[in-house]
Design a protein around this ligand. Structure first.
Ligand SMILES: [Zn+2]
Length: 175
């Protein structure tokens, strides 16, 4: 089922997200709906607060649906280690449609999480996957990529968004 994607400045994106205590059918249904929603929006990642659910659940697929092996359903992720050379690259977000800015992040990330069968695993990521995981885990802490820009850059983006909202040009799911 395709869910509505919430957009900045919706407050649900800033709320506290609760860890999942038990992986039950409702959590598996949420993960499945989030995958449908991410695919439909042609995204590479989606966090539960982006669909209005304040739980620590994300989905990531850096192939954007091209490779079924690259789909990750992630519960209660925890960053164990960030390292590597700073990676400087453009980033966007389904909750900040049409805005793309350069964000610097560590190029390697080690993340521990629970799979939908309830077992725990650790993934060592780098490059684009490390960036996607950090971006989605930021969402679970109420952080958006525009928060990682310089103050002046962030103000420019917010001003542009306000203008786009006023002319009806700021719509979720539209790149
Ligand atoms: Zn995002």
């Amino acid at each position: 089922m395709i869910l509505d994607i919430k957009t900045f400045p919706d407050e649900v994106l800033r709320k506290k997200n609760e860890p999942v205590a038990v992986v039950d059918d409702s959590v598996r249904k949420l993960l499945s709906d989030m995958v449908d929603t991410m695919r439909s929006a042609k995204g590479v990642g989606l966090a539960a607060p982006q669909v209005g659910v304040n739980k620590r659940v994300i989905v990531v697929d850096i192939s954007a649906g091209e490779d079924s092996n690259s789909l990750m359903k992630i519960i209660n992720p925890e960053i164990l280690e960030l390292s590597g050379e700073p990676d400087v690259n453009e980033e966007g977000c389904l909750s900040v449609p049409g805005e793309y800015e350069v964000v610097t992040r560590p190029s390697k990330a080690v993340v521990r999480y629970m799979r939908e069968d309830g077992t725990e695993t650790v993934v060592k990521s780098e490059g684009f996957l490390a960036r996607a995981l950090q971006h989605e885990i930021d969402h679970l802490n109420g952080v958006l990529f525009i928060d990682r820009l310089s103050v002046s850059k962030r103000e420019t983006v917010k001003k542009r968004i306000r203008k786009r909202i006023s002319i009806g040009d700021y719509v979720a799911g539209r790149g």
